[in-house]
Design a protein around this ligand. Sequence first.
Ligand SMILES: [Zn+2]
Length: 398
Amino acid sequence: MTERIFEQDAFARQTTATVTGCAAGENGFAVTLDKTVFFPEGGGQPGDRGRLDDTLVLDTQEQDGDVVHLCDRPLKPGDNVEAVLDFDRRFDMMQQHTGEHMLSYAFWKLFDAVNVGFHLTEELATLDLDRPMDPQQIRQAVAFANRQGFEDHPIRVYTARAEDLDPARVRKISAKGGQTPRVVDMEEGDVCTCCGTHVRSTGQALPITVTHADKHKAGVRLTFLCGGRALAHWQKLADVTDALGRLFSTDAAQLPDRVRELQQSAAEARRRLREIADALAELEAARILAGRGDDTVVLACLENTPAGEAKTMLNLLIRQPVCAVVVYTQGDTLGFYCGAHPKSKCDCRQACELLCGILNGKGGGKTDFAQGGAKKTDDWQERARSVVQVLNRQASAR
Ligand SMILES: [Zn+2]
């Protein structure tokens, strides 16, 4: 059975060990040692990574009561290796894990809320509480946990018989710990059973912050950050705030007001732009209709125009007793609408067929309205004009 150095000393970074076994598996080679500083996944904390000499340890797992190092290549039983932990990664995990104890204690102490779930990865740490918490309660608990950190209480780890523990102080006793569970005891703070690794004192987990609260089952799931993760998070926020402050030439406190002003002026600009676009469309429709002479079919060609504006143009044109063809482009694509005033004798379906033919497109519709689309060509306006000429010749021959 492997001697678990991390249980006594979570800050041990390396040890010389003897390989006691090596088996090939699906995810690499499962290597066991006579002793190890590598923590196997458990209690919500991921397994450690590092190296055994030059062999990478990709993960560490508990298997049949032993610690298994999943390695990228095999090692020979009997050989001595230098087992070196990725301690930066482990220390980050210990900060999150210890912070989880401190937050859980704060919610339990202040609001009787019970931690019913803990999830920790390299990117994310969450804890689940059995009841909902409002933002004010969460702020209170976070402040409480950080205060415990400022007081920098030592964290002791020992084994004890469950019945010897003071029930008033113990937040949780896990059944997995057996007769003499491993106890993690924060002086004047959290006491619970846990198999994981923790920092030496509450101050080493600081700062502690909660970034999200999402409804989860009957309670809430809190996303939290401790230590280096919290600092990195705030640095990111500070960078964003600083960049925004420069853009708006203001300090952070004024940013919400400045963004609101910007939203209002953008809405006003959009409204004004719509008015101008509508007035321009009216003028363009009037120009087309005024220049139609004896034609009963009119054409509007609109470059880089949204479909909605093209439809508006169609409706403006067929207020007069004509048939209208509106062809518009957007990037590489082209669309068209054909519409007819009730007094117009034009057949929009036929117009659509002719357009589809000459533009190599697809479309369909009824006598009074049809639409379609095609790929844009360099001469799309000429092609559309030729169709409208044919329709006008047909109309005048009737
Ligand atoms: Zn723990």
